[in-house]
Write a protein that binds this ligand. Structure first.
Ligand SMILES: NC(=O)c1ccc[n+]([C@@H]2O[C@H](COP(=O)([O-])OP(=O)(O)OC[C@H]3O[C@@H](n4cnc5c(N)ncnc54)[C@H](OP(=O)(O)O)[C@@H]3O)[C@@H](O)[C@H]2O)c1
Length: 266
């Protein structure tokens, strides 16, 4: 694979770097990046990851930034409070996100719906909006969003989570339209079932329930998804991967659901 863009000087910002895809992507991208900003709420995890990267890749400068992406004020301030050498972000990986619950829509927690909307949609667009002017000014950049197969394919209990990922998909495409003529790439990566802390978060820390999701499967690993992020970002600058849907071999679509128990009116 050719790799003729400015990899060595690249500044990467990864949201949700404390776990799963974000952590694995940070380690994979560190192989070619110059600077990496790690962002999530759990500071101790970021500090631990920073140490690992600095020891393994001494050429990479790392900045850890603990914050809650649902905090508008913190998101707005981010571009100006980063250390000066980290401010020109070339690659933004909008990875932070979550699913909460798997109940029918009529019995879901509105607070959980709000949390998903705030994190998966509102924070993602806000951070993008804050970093995009710099990319446009430099005429250089790549935004990689983490969508999901749930944004394409409905499933019971996917209600708002799937809708947030459909939003991410269309936002990614619309960004490409706005950015036509500029040297800025936008990619939406849509993983299927992947074994991270995702299900643990979805089921409020119930490990037995989370483990059941992956039982008897060979799900995607965080590293598998990190590889797709790395690949999309390391292609020549004129190549834009718009959408990449990735499933483990053990996963496919269900047939149409038909209920045969509902009685006819008479
Ligand atoms: N695993 C899957 O099956 C799967 C499939 C398709 C798509 N995805 C998507 O892939 C992305 C990464 O998921 P993952 O599987 O790697 O899950 P994960 O292991 O739970 O990681 C989620 C990350 O998001 C961060 N995060 C969540 N809320 C945040 C907030 N308010 N502010 C800042 N950071 C926040 C978490 O960090 P803190 O808790 O430290 O803040 C964590 O680092 C998500 O967008 C998810 O929807 C996952």
């Amino acid at each position: 694979m050719t790799n003729d863009n400015k990899q060595s000087a690249k500044t990467v910002l990864i949201t949700g770097a404390s776990s799963g895809f974000g952590r694995a992507a940070a380690l994979r991208l560190a192989q070619t990046a110059g600077q990496i900003i790690l962002l999530a709420r759990r500071q101790s995890r970021l500090v631990e990851l920073q140490k690992v990267i600095e020891q393994t890749f001494p050429h990479v400068k790392v900045h850890s930034h603990a914050m809650d992406l649902r905090d508008d004020v913190a998101v707005d301030a981010l571009p100006t409070i980063l250390p000066e050498t980290f401010r020109e972000v070339d690659l933004l990986v909008n990875n932070a996100g979550l699913a909460l619950g798997l109940n029918g829509a009529w019995e879901c927690s509105l607070q959980e719906w709000d949390d998903m909307l705030m994190t998966n949609c509102r924070a993602l667009v806000r951070l993008t909006r804050r970093l995009l002017p710099g990319m446009v000014e430099r005429n250089r950049g790549h935004i990689i969003n983490l969508g999901s197969v749930a944004g394409n394919w409905p499933y019971p209990g996917g209600n708002v989570y799937g809708a947030t990922k459909a939003f991410v998909q269309q936002f990614s495409r619309n960004l490409r339209c706005d950015l036509l003529g500029k040297n800025i790439r936008v990619t939406n990566i849509e993983p299927g079932m992947a074994d991270t802390e995702f299900s643990l978060v979805r089921f409020s820390g119930d490990k037995a329930k989370a483990d059941k999701v992956y039982e008897g499967t060979r799900a995607l690993s965080a590293e598998d998804v990190a590889e797709t992020i790395f690949w999309a970002s390391s292609l020549p600058e004129h190549v834009n991967i718009n959408t990449l849907e990735v499933m483990p071999v053990c996963q496919a679509w269900a047939p149409f659901a038909v209920n045969r128990e509902m009685a006819s009116p008479d």
